[in-house]
Design a protein around this ligand. Structure first.
Ligand SMILES: [Cu+2]
Length: 526
C-alpha cells in the first residue's frame, strides 16, 4: 500500500460509510473512488460540542449518538456510542407499548438506528436501515422513531449505516413479555461483542481494497477463487444433518473463522486486551437464586461459543421467541442472535464466563457468589461441557402447522468472496440488487444455500422465520421461530415465513464486512 493510499484511507474513514454506495459502483470499474478531503483528527479529537443525552424514562425518550475516546479493554481509541457511553444504555419497554425515541445525531457523519428484532408492524419506515427504510439522520440533526414494541424478549438496537455499529453504536433493547415466559429471581443482560482497535471504516477500507490480510482467517483459501465468478461453488452442498454440521465444523481449522483478526472482546462494554489488566464484567449471584441471562452477540465478525463453568444453561427463548426449554452446557451464538437462558445459583466462589471464537480466542467475564468471592477464579484450562445446544434441540413450545401451501419458493445462493472482498446473493451485490417482490401474506419457503467457507448469520427485518432445517430433515411440526440464523459453511438451510408485514425490508448477513461487501437482498412486500 502506498503512502498516498494510506493517507487517503485515514482522511476518508468517516465519510466512507456515507460514500460507500457510490464507491461500490465506482469500484466495480475504476477501483477505489477518490477519497474526499476530510480531516480525521478534527473529527476524532474535538468530538463535537454537544453533550451526550440519555433520557429514557418518560413516554418521549431521547438518546444521542456521540463520538468520544474510550479504552474498554485497556487500549484507548476513538469510538462511537449512544448517550456518550460504551455500550449504549439499555432501553426497556413493555410488549405492545409505543416506543417514541428521538435520536440526536452528535456525530459528524450521518447515522441511523435499527431496532434489531422489532417487527415494526405497519411502520417499516421506522426500521432504520440507511437507504432502505429511509435516509440516514444528517450530522447535527435528529429523528424521532415511533413504533409498537413487539415481539417481547431480548433484542438490541444498533446503527445500520455503513460499518458504524462495530465502533460502539449498539445497546440492549429489552421488551418485557406480556405473559412471563419463565420464573426467575433476577435478570442480567450479557451483551458480548468482538472488539477492534481501529475504526471499522479503516478495516473495511483495507478489506475492500486488499482483501483479507495475512492474519485474517485462512485468507489464501478464501481468495483462491480470485478471477473466477465462484460459479464452480454453486452446487448443492448439503451433505450432513445440521447437528453434525455444527459439531464437526465449529472450530474446524479448514474453515474461515472471521476475516478480521480477533483482537479482543467485550462483555457489557468491559474486556481485556492482551497484556492489559482491565476489570472484567462481574455477574453477582446468590446460592439458590435463579438468574435469567439475556445473551446478545452484538459483534461484527465472530460467532461465539458461550459457557459458564459449572453452571448448566437452560435455554428458554431465542430472538424474542420462547423455546421448549432445554438444558445444555454451552451454546453457539451467531452475530445478531439472542438467547435467554436460566442459571441456578448453586455453590460458591467465582466461575469463568467464557465466550470463544471458532479459533478459541476468548472473551471472559466472571460469575461471583457475592462480594467476598474472589474477583476472578484462578486461571484454568478451558474445559467445555459435552452438551452443546444442537439445532434440532431448538423447538417451538407449541406445534405449528407449516404444511399448508401454496408456497412461494425462493432460492438464495450466497457466494464470495469475489475480488475485492465482495459477497453476493444470487449473483447480485447489495445495494445494486433487484428487490424480490412478494405478495402480502404469501407463504414463503426460502432455501439458503451456502457453498462458501464461512458462516453467514442471516437476519430478516420485519418478520421472524421458522427454521425448518436442512432440505432433507425439515421440521414441519415445532421448528424454532427466530429472526437470525447462522448458515453453516457448505450447507443449505430452509426457512419458512409469512410475508405478513408490507414494506421494504432488508434480508442480510450480519457479519458487518459481508454486508458491506454486498451480501444482502431486498424484500418488497405489498
Ligand atoms: Cu456472511
Amino acid at each position: 500500500m502506498t503512502g498516498a493510499v494510506q493517507q487517503s484511507m485515514a482522511n476518508s474513514q468517516f465519510l466512507d460509510a456515507v460514500l460507500r454506495r457510490r464507491q461500490f459502483i465506482t469500484a466495480l470499474g475504476l477501483g477505489v473512488a477518490a477519497a474526499p478531503s476530510f480531516n480525521l483528527l478534527s473529527a476524532c479529537s474535538s468530538f463535537g460540542t454537544r453533550k451526550p443525552v440519555i433520557s429514557l424514562g418518560g413516554p418521549r425518550k431521547r438518546l444521542s449518538a456521540d463520538a468520544f475516546e474510550a479504552a474498554p479493554d485497556g487500549v484507548k481509541r476513538g469510538v462511537f456510542g449512544y448517550g456518550g457511553q460504551l455500550i449504549g444504555p439499555t432501553i426497556r419497554v413493555k410488549e405492545g407499548e409505543r416506543l417514541n425515541l428521538t435520536v440526536e445525531n452528535n456525530l459528524k457523519v450521518p447515522t441511523i438506528v435499527h431496532w434489531h428484532g422489532m417487527h415494526q408492524p405497519g411502520t417499516w419506515k421506522m426500521d432504520g436501515v440507511e437507504g432502505v427504510s429511509g435516509p440516514a439522520i444528517p450530522a447535527g440533526e435528529s429523528f424521532t422513531y415511533d413504533f409498537t414494541a413487539t415481539p417481547g424478549g431480548t433484542h438490541w438496537y444498533h446503527s445500520h449505516a455503513g460499518v458504524q455499529y462495530s465502533d460502539g453504536l449498539f445497546g440492549p433493547l429489552i421488551v418485557e413479555e406480556e405473559k412471563p415466559i419463565a420464573r426467575y429471581d433476577r435478570e442480567q443482560i450479557l451483551l458480548i461483542n468482538d472488539w477492534d482497535h481501529e475504526w471499522a471504516d479503516q478495516i473495511w477500507k483495507r478489506l475492500s481494497t486488499q482483501g483479507m490480510g495475512p492474519m485474517g482467517g485462512s485468507g489464501m483459501g478464501a481468495m483462491g477463487g480470485m478471477g473466477g465468478d465462484s460459479g464452480g461453488q454453486a452446487k448443492p452442498h448439503f451433505t450432513k444433518g445440521l447437528d453434525q454440521l455444527l459439531e464437526s465444523q465449529w472450530g474446524s481449522p479448514a474453515l474461515d473463522w472471521g476475516d478480521v483478526p480477533f483482537l479482543s472482546g467485550l462483555v457489557n462494554g468491559k474486556g481485556r486486551a492482551a497484556g492489559k489488566n482491565t476489570p472484567l464484567e462481574q455477574v453477582l449471584i446468590r446460592d439458590g437464586e435463579v438468574l435469567r441471562l439475556r445473551l446478545i452477540n452484538g459483534g461484527a465478525t465472530y460467532s461465539l461459543r458461550f459457557q459458564i463453568d459449572n453452571h448448566p444453561l437452560t435455554v428458554i427463548a431465542s430472538d424474542g421467541q420462547p423455546m421448549k426449554p432445554v438444558t445444555v452446557d454451552n451454546l453457539v451464538i451467531g452475530v445478531g442472535e439472542r438467547y435467554d437462558v436460566l442459571i441456578h445459583g448453586k455453590g460458591s466462589g467465582s466461575h469463568w464466563i467464557r465466550a470463544i471464537t471458532g479459533q478459541h480466542k476468548t472473551i471472559k467475564a466472571v460469575l461471583r457468589y457475592g462480594e467476598k468471592a474472589p474477583i476472578e477464579p484462578a486461571p484454568s484450562p478451558e474445559t467445555w461441557g459435552p452438551a452443546l445446544l444442537l439445532p434440532t434441540q431448538m423447538r417451538s413450545p407449541k406445534p405449528v402447522d407449516l404444511t399448508k401451501g401454496p408456497f412461494r419458493e425462493i432460492d438464495m445462493l450466497l457466494e464470495g468472496p469475489a475480488p475485492v472482498y465482495r459477497w453476493s446473493v444470487n449473483g447480485q451485490y447489495y445495494p445494486n440488487t433487484t428487490p424480490i417482490k412478494i405478495g402480502k401474506n404469501e407463504m414463503v419457503r426460502m432455501r439458503l444455500r451456502n457453498p462458501t467457507n464461512m458462516e453467514h448469520p442471516f437476519h430478516i427485518h420485519g418478520h421472524s422465520f421458522y427454521i425448518l432445517g436442512g432440505p432433507d430433515e425439515l421440521n414441519l411440526i415445532d421448528p424454532p421461530y427466530k429472526d437470525t440464523v447462522n448458515i453453516w459453511p457448505h450447507s443449505d438451510l430452509v426457512v419458512q415465513w409469512k410475508a405478513s408485514n408490507p414494506g421494504h425490508w432488508i434480508f442480510h448477513c450480519h457479519v458487518e464486512w459481508h454486508l458491506a461487501g454486498g451480501m444482502a437482498s431486498l424484500l418488497h412486500i405489498a
